[in-house]
Design a protein around this ligand. Structure first.
Ligand code: FAD
Length: 417
C-alpha cells in the first residue's frame, strides 16, 4: 500500500500537472499539501517583507480555488505553516509517510528544500513541468544551451518545436491517508486585505485565457505589447503562470489552435516568442544554477552598494522623475507592472540611481503578483548586464522612453494624481 504526500509548489492546478497525475496513479492514499514557509515571513536583508500583500492575496485565491476543486473530487488541500524542515518532520512523525511527489524547481532555495527533505528521510519524486517546451526534446543538453536568446530561439525554430503536449487532469484522486483530518492547519494569508486587480486560481486562469483568445487579442499583441495602460495591451497570463494556475504548454496549445482557426500573424508569433523567453530563463538555470544568484551574476563587475535612503525613494515612487514614480506607484498599488515599465524602472535604479540590482530584484519579488524566480532573476541580470547577454547591460534613456511610451502624460497622471 503506497501512502504519499503531494507537495504543491508553483503548480496550483489539476489540468496539465504531470507530477500530480503521477502521484494519483501511484498512491493508494494521497495527502495534498501546501506549505507556508516561515522563512518567507521574514524581512529581506534590505528591510522589507519578502512577500507583499498583493502576492499573498493572489496566492490565497489560488489556494482556495485549488481546495474547492480537490474537495469536489473527494480530497482536500492542507495548508501547513512553519519552519520547512519542522513541518515535514512532523508530518513524517504524525502520519508515517515517507514519499513525496512534487514539481521540480531548479532555483537555489527550492533545490535546497528537496535536499532537506531527503536528509530527513523522504523519497522525493519530482517532475519538470513548468516550461512550454520539453527540455528533453531539444537537440542540445541544457548544460550546453546557447547563451544568447536569439541563438536559442533559432535552434528551437530550426527543430520546429512549438510546445510539449499538455495532459488532462486525472479523473480521480486517491483518498486521504488515515489521521490527516487531525493535522493542524495554519495559513498566514487570511489576516490581511488587498485591493485586487487579479483573482487567483485555476478556474480564473482558464476563464481569462478563454476570453483573451475569444476576444482575438493575440492579433494585436505585437502592436500593443509596449503600452502602459489597461488590461488588454498584453495577455496578463503571467500571474496565473507564476503560481502554476495554468501551464505554459496549455497556453501554447491554445495559441496554435487559434492560429489554425484564424491564421498565424505577427501577434500570435510574438506571444509565442515571449513565452519562449520564459523558457529560456528557466533553462539557463540548468546551465548556470547558483552562479545566477551571485551579486556579480555571471560577470566579474561588482554590484552597486545598497544605500537605504536612495532605495526608499525608488521603491516608494518619490524619486522626482515622474515616469519612474508613476511606475513604482503602480507596482506598489496593484502588484503588477507592464514589461516596458519594468525595464524602465529597473534600468533607472541600476544606471541612474546606481542602485544594488539584487535589492531591486528583491523588491520586485516582494511586490509582483506574477513573481517568478526564473523570470525575475533572468530579467534583472539581463538589464544589469550580469547575465548572458553579450551587449552587457541595458541602460535606457528616460527622456526617450517617456516620449515613446507616455508622450501625453496620461499614464503619469493616472498614478501620480
Ligand atoms: C526587471 C524585470 C523583472 C521581471 N520579473 C518577472 C517576474 O517575476 N515574473 C514574470 O512572469 N515575468 C517577469 N518579467 C517579464 C515580463 O515583464 C512579464 O512576464 C510580463 O510583463 C507579464 O505580463 P503579461 O503576462 O501581460 O505578458 P505578455 O507580454 O502578454 O507575455 C506573455 C507571457 O510571456 C512571458 N514573458 C513575457 N515577457 C517576458 C520576459 N521578458 N521574460 C520572461 N517571460 C516573459 C510571460 O510568461 C508572459 O505572461 C520581468 C521583466 C523585467 C524587465
Amino acid at each position: 500500500m503506497t501512502v504519499a504526500i503531494y507537495y504543491f509548489r508553483n503548480d496550483l492546478r489539476l489540468e496539465d500537472n504531470p507530477a500530480f497525475i503521477l502521484a494519483c496513479k501511484n498512491a493508494d492514499f494521497l495527502l495534498p499539501i501546501y506549505v507556508h514557509e516561515q522563512k518567507l515571513e521574514e524581512e529581506t536583508r534590505w528591510g522589507f517583507s519578502r512577500v507583499g500583500q498583493h502576492r499573498k492575496a493572489f496566492l490565497q485565491d489560488s489556494l482556495e480555488d485549488l481546495r474547492t476543486q480537490l474537495r469536489y473530487l473527494g480530497s482536500d488541500l492542507f495548508e501547513l505553516a512553519g519552519d520547512f524542515k519542522e513541518v515535514f518532520s512532523a508530518l513524517r512523525t504524525q502520519l508515517g509517510i515517507n514519499l513525496i511527489y512534487c514539481e521540480q524547481i531548479v532555483a537555489p532555495e527550492e533545490l535546497e528544500q528537496v535536499r532537506v527533505l531527503k536528509t530527513i528521510g523522504f523519497e522525493v519524486i519530482s517532475s519538470w513541468q513548468s516550461s512550454m517546451l520539453d527540455p528533453h526534446s531539444l537537440l542540445f543538453k541544457l548544460e550546453d544551451m546557447p547563451d544568447v536568446f536569439t541563438q536559442f530561439r533559432q535552434q528551437v525554430e530550426k527543430q520546429k518545436l512549438r510546445f510539449a503536449n499538455p495532459v488532462e487532469a486525472h479523473a480521480s484522486i486517491p483518498p486521504l491517508p488515515a489521521g490527516s483530518k487531525a493535522l493542524s492547519q495554519k495559513t498566514y494569508v487570511d489576516m490581511f486585505s488587498s485591493k485586487k486587480s487579479f483573482l487567483g486560481g485555476e478556474s480564473k486562469a482558464l476563464l481569462h485565457i478563454e476570453q483573451y483568445f475569444d476576444r482575438r487579442l493575440p492579433d494585436t499583441y505585437k502592436q500593443t505589447r509596449n503600452q502602459l495602460i489597461g488590461l488588454d495591451y498584453s495577455s496578463k497570463f503571467s500571474p496565473w503562470l507564476a503560481l502554476g494556475c495554468c501551464s505554459a504548454r496549455s497556453i501554447a496549445k491554445k495559441l496554435t489552435e487559434y492560429e489554425l482557426e484564424y491564421g498565424a500573424n505577427d501577434g500570435t508569433y510574438w506571444l509565442w516568442f515571449e513565452l519562449l523567453w520564459r523558457d529560456y530563463f528557466r533553462f539557463l538555470h540548468f546551465k548556470y544554477d547558483n552562479k545566477l544568484y551571485r551579486s556579480t551574476g555571471l560577470s566579474t563587475e561588482p554590484n552597486n552598494p545598497f544605500i537605504e535612503i536612495i532605495f526608499k525613494q525608488w521603491s516608494s515612487g518619490s524619486t522626482g522623475e515622474s515616469l519612474i514614480d508613476a511606475g513604482m506607484r503602480e507596482l506598489q498599488g496593484t502588484g503588477y507592472l507592464s514589461n516596458r515599465m519594468r525595464q524602465i524602472v529597473a534600468s533607472y535604479w541600476i544606471y541612474n540611481m546606481k542602485g544594488d540590482w539584487q535589492a531591486g530584484a528583491a523588491w520586485f519579488e516582494s511586490q509582483l503578483i506574477d513573481y517568478d524566480v526564473y523570470s525575475n532573476q533572468g530579467n534583472w541580470l539581463y538589464i544589469a548586464g550580469k547575465g548572458t547577454d553579450p551587449r552587457g547591460g541595458r541602460p535606457m534613456n528616460l527622456a526617450k522612453q517617456t516620449q515613446d511610451h507616455d508622450p501625453d502624460g496620461i499614464y503619469r497622471k493616472i498614478w501620480l494624481s
